[in-house]
Design a protein around this ligand. Structure first.
Ligand SMILES: Cc1ncc(COP(=O)(O)O)c(C=O)c1O
Length: 418
């Protein structure tokens, strides 16, 4: 492959802004978008602040342009600033947004979700993915009058204390006292655990496939989800699928549908409104009254603008058959990257679903070679992260993919030479 050598980016303005941020914001940029949580490794390869975004690209404070494969950690599903979604939001904003009683646009969206998501008989709206996973677990506990929840090892379901670990600051033993876990794809372990705790388990909560950080992502083994469904039914356990990350990218009818089952509760957020702030828990008829009985709400949970944006987003995703598009673009991109790596004698492993592909250079167990390759890509305008799955959006073109592979090829050349 012939590539035009590019000049690596520098980040002076980002670093200056981060100095300001550190003085007035704990950690400067808290959480996963900042430098402390470890998604951006090596630290100095990444800028810290963006200034503008459009389509599949964003620009940092120093004016560097990126082909973005993180999509705001998921919400950007159609392209930043999608004109149809933004117009729907503007029209709703001209009418009302946060008001004393809700707009019927909330009902319109709930109807659309019930029509679109195969397992949904109702929808309950909130703001963040964590609001919906917490609501799902509360619902399961209220419905079953049981305390225990089974997780899959390596899980991430948000940051509420019940989702954390005992050695995390601020977490009490009581917060996690009823958490149990099983390995991914291990029906035998789930069956044994449910037998051991017969009559005590309220819920099994899991993402549709294992899209954990720092590990190759794993799809469900044939028969796995059917087996989980059967065990949950046998033991009266509520099956919660956390579709916060994968939702709308694999299947518009829900990732439970994609993998051949119906969950009892399905948690959505990220891609539901193309960046407008919204989350939804959907569920089956049998849990409707339980959800209605819970004390659970928030100041902005009925704001109308995100509902309008979400209707436009889901309608557009359907028109485009976005999941098929993501599968095809993701497969083209990852096979191009794998081939480019092998041209330099390197082995790139692409895992997970193509719409949310995970990458690892397998030639160095310390993962530092992989980090170095990611760094060389980012400094040349392709925004990958070292140890997190990526995301695709519908504004990505085949030309963008070609450009990505060119830059990745140049970066492979640099690390192979090093
Ligand atoms: C699988 C999964 N569940 C839950 C969450 C929490 O969502 P939020 O950060 O919107 O609260 C995330 C966020 O990344 C997630 O990936």
């Amino acid at each position: 492959m012939t590539t035009t050598a590019t000049t690596p980016f520098t980040y002076a303005k980002s670093l200056e802004a981060f100095d300001r941020a550190r003085r007035v914001i704990p950690a400067g940029i808290p959480g996963h978008q900042g430098p402390t949580e470890g998604c951006y490794i090596p630290r100095d390869a990444f800028p810290l602040f963006s200034s503008r975004a459009e389509g599949t690209r964003f620009w940092d404070l120093d004016g560097n342009e990126y082909l973005d494969y993180m999509c705001g950690y998921g919400p950007n599903v159609l392209g930043y600033g999608d004109p149809v979604v933004d117009e729907a939001a503007r029209r709703q904003a001209a009418l009302e947004d946060v008001v004393t009683i809700p707009s019927t646009v909330m009902v319109d969206l709930a109807e659309l979700l019930v029509d679109t998501v195969a397992s949904a008989d109702w929808a309950f709206f909130a703001k963040n993915g964590g609001d919906t996973t917490t609501l799902a677990v509360m619902t399961a506990r209220a419905a079953t009058m049981r305390k225990k929840v089974v997780f899959v090892k390596g899980y991430y379901h948000g940051v509420a204390p019940w989702t954390q670990k005992l050695d995390y600051p601020g977490v009490l033993e009581e917060d996690i006292a009823h958490n149990l876990s099983v390995p991914w794809n291990d029906l035998g372990a789930l069956e044994a655990l449910l037998r051991e705790h017969r009559g005590e388990v309220a819920a099994f909560i899991s993402t549709p496939y294992m899209h954990g950080n720092f590990v190759d992502n794993e799809l469900p083994a044939p028969g796995y989800w059917e087996g989980v469904r059967r065990l949950c039914d046998e033991h009266g356990v509520v099956l919660i699928m956390d579709d916060v990350r994968a939702g709308w990218r694999l299947d518009l009818a829900g990732s439970d549908h994609h993998y051949g089952i119906e969950a009892d509760l399905l948690c959505f957020c990220k891609a539901i409104g193309n960046g407008y702030n919204l989350a939804a828990l959907t569920g089956r008829e049998s849990l409707r009254e339980t959800v209605a009985s819970l004390t659970y709400t928030g100041s902005y949970w009925m704001s109308a603008v995100p509902f309008a944006a979400s209707i436009a987003t889901i309608t557009r995703l359907k028109e485009l058959d976005a999941p098929a598009m993501f599968r095809s673009l993701g497969t083209e991109l990852t096979s191009g990257l794998v081939e480019a790596a092998s041209g330099h004698g390197l082995t790139l492993v692409a895992s997970g679903e193509p719409a949310l592909f995970y990458l690892r250079l397998a030639d160095d167990d310390s993962l530092m070679l992989h980090q170095r390759w990611v760094a060389e890509c980012v400094r040349r305008g392709v925004w990958f992260t070292s140890h997190h799955n990526h995301f695709l959006n519908a504004a990505l073109t085949r030309g963008d993919i070609r450009r990505t592979i060119e830059i990745a090829d140049e970066a492979f050349g640099i690390v192979a030479a090093g």
